[in-house]
Design a protein around this ligand. Structure first.
Ligand code: NAP
Length: 246
């Protein structure tokens, strides 16, 4: 079995997940790239390998908990280990709470929150055997301070914070850490269609006078998943340019 650390990153096809995958590969991890369709993941794996890194592809809908658990079990069988789990895949289905459809509520909870629970359960046993694991759940400042129009999303992201603290307590004695990284406003597909007025309003409340870049989040996740971060667990780290400071 290779002693190279193996990282499973969901939502790796673009945006924050892609930046995390590239960063972890640059840091010497073998990165397993997960999102729904294989084509963008194969392209990214090619880019990582061309830069001297190691990656493999695992196309899977994280909203299907059996498929996700099976995918993680497959990685462990194939690679013999799993050291780092980054639960990053996420979606929004915004609307005011009183008008929100049950489907939009259920889908956002399933993809953003239930997927993390399923992935952690699949990854925890091998991590316990290794007596080493680094789990990161990617939440949002919406889950920390709320956001009108995002009842489903804010509830899912706040749920990740509680899940993180509980997993940190349950698995801390086994060498496994679990933390939340909560991005603020990051320039990705998820935010590209927001009206300029919203962007300007967000910028006006931030301490740092720029919007976030996916690499800003990747840098935080690289540290939290490093070997040297073994004393950091149960925390929620808002990487938001001073948007919330809570
Ligand atoms: P993005 O650009 O929209 O990318 C979302 C990623 O999730 C894609 O790789 C997408 O891949 C994947 N994904 C979506 N549904 C999936 C599913 N059912 N199964 C597997 N993969 C799925 O979003 P982003 O901005 O990078 O956001 C990444 C994370 O950061 C999310 O959890 C988001 O909530 C959080 N976040 C983002 C911001 C921001 O300002 N951008 C702020 C706070 C928090 P496919 O569509 O190819 O499957």
């Amino acid at each position: 079995m290779s002693d190279q650390r193996v990282a499973f990153v969901t939502g790796a096809s673009r945006g924050i997940g892609r930046a995390v995958a590239e960063r972890l590969a640059n840091d010497g991890r073998h990165v397993v790239l997960c999102s729904r369709s294989a084509a963008p993941l194969n392209d990214l794996a090619g880019t990582i390998e061309a830069n001297g890194g190691a990656a493999s592809v695992c196309a899977c809908d994280v909203g299907d908990r059996d498929a996700l658990s099976g995918a993680i079990e497959g990685v462990i069988k194939e690679r013999g280990r799993l050291d780092i789990l980054v639960n990053n895949a996420g979606i929004t289905r915004d609307g005011l709470a009183l008008r929100m459809s049950d489907d939009d509520w259920d889908e956002v909870i399933r993809v953003n929150l239930t997927s993390a629970f399923a992935a952690i359960r699949a990854a925890a046993r091998p991590m316990m055997k290794q007596r080493f694991g680094r789990i990161v759940n990617v939440a949002s400042t919406s889950g920390l301070v709320g956001n009108a129009g995002q009842a489903n999303y804010a509830a899912a992201k706040a749920g990740l914070v509680g899940l993180t603290k509980t997993i940190a307590r349950e698995l801390g004695g086994k060498g496994i850490t679990c933390n939340t990284v909560a991005p603020g406003f990051i320039q990705t597909d998820m935010t590209k269609d927001l009206p300029e007025s919203v962007t300007a309003q967000v910028l006006s409340t931030m301490a740092v006078n720029r919007l976030g870049d996916p690499a800003d989040i990747a840098a935080a996740i690289a540290y939290v998943t490093s070997d040297e971060a073994g004393f950091l667990t149960g925390q929620t780290i808002a990487v938001d340019g001073g948007l919330t400071m809570c």
